[in-house]
Design a protein around this ligand. Structure first.
Ligand SMILES: NC(=O)c1ccc[n+]([C@@H]2O[C@H](COP(=O)([O-])OP(=O)(O)OC[C@H]3O[C@@H](n4cnc5c(N)ncnc54)[C@H](OP(=O)(O)O)[C@@H]3O)[C@@H](O)[C@H]2O)c1
Length: 232
């Protein structure tokens, strides 16, 4: 599909990777809506790049259906969903807190399912659409102190494969993108100020999303993993 034909809803689009995806699509001529929980930052970010801002918490079923309804209305349809909203939580196994574990799961797994379930009605009816799930290299291999995050991203990868199996016959493409470390403020108490030009930027993920979308609709890339070429 052409970027100009995209009517895209991006969760967690107020900053970081989601914001970069929204900007690249908007700059390419797409109609774009972004979601996040914090209305102030969301509205400022939406205004900055001229896209629609929809306050919605992906952990809440009602918010997800409202967000899809609002995007359909404001964009005049919908053919792309990017499940990008995500949070992290680091703790050694012996001190994993149940509420924090559940919060990661509710955001990264349940949230992506709720949003995808909602758009699947629209995409199946129109027999067309793309769902892009932003996972992580944490979807491929576990590492220390990352029980909740790794579990959630493995689950997102598993759900992606289920949806690929279910939705291909409706011309719906479901794509998983696994970035390694990207220089955003994700999970950081202090803002990233020193950008290392050799490490990945949010723009690199946005470029990957745009490449997947612009491929002819007869084909799709099931999964892409992104590494910095030479971060050392
Ligand atoms: N940065 C990395 O190194 C890296 C690497 C691999 C994968 N990823 C993945 O990429 C995605 C984006 O990460 P990022 O680095 O851009 O993070 P970020 O800068 O912290 O941005 C996260 C975005 O998600 C939104 N969000 C969080 N919880 C939400 C909820 N419950 N409902 C709706 N929106 C929510 C945030 O806004 P509000 O807080 O206002 O809701 C914000 O817009 C995540 O899924 C992350 O796991 C990141």
């Amino acid at each position: 599909m052409k970027i100009q034909e995209c009517k895209a809803l991006i969760t967690g689009g107020s900053k970081g990777i989601g914001f970069a995806i929204a900007k690249v699509l908007k700059d390419g001529g797409a109609k774009v809506a972004i979601t996040a929980r914090d209305p102030q930052l969301l509205n400022a970010s939406a205004k900055q790049i001229g896209v629609e801002g929809i306050v919605a918490d992906v952990r809440r079923e009602q918010d997800c259906s409202k967000a899809v309804g609002a995007a359909l209305k404001s964009l005049g349809g919908l053919n792309v969903l990017v499940n990008n909203a995500g949070i992290g939580y680091k703790a050694p196994l012996e001190s994993v807190e149940v509420e924090l574990f559940k919060d990661v799961w509710s955001t990264n797994v349940l949230g992506a399912m709720l949003m995808s379930r909602e758009v699947s009605h629209v995409f199946k009816k129109q027999k067309y659409g793309s769902i892009i799930n932003i996972a992580s290299t944490a979807a491929l291999r576990g590492y220390e102190n990352a029980t909740a995050y790794v579990a959630s991203k493995f689950a997102l990868r598993g759900m992606t494969q289920c949806w690929q199996a279910e939705l291909r016959r409706f011309n719906i493409r479901v794509i998983l993108i696994n970035p390694s470390e990207v220089q955003t403020n994700f999970g950081r108490k202090q803002k990233v100020t020193d950008i290392n030009p050799k490490k990945l930027l949010a723009d690199d993920v946005a470029h990957t999303v745009a490449s997947c979308l612009t491929m002819h609709d007869r084909g799709f890339v099931p999964e892409i993993t992104l590494y910095a070429t030479n971060p050392w």
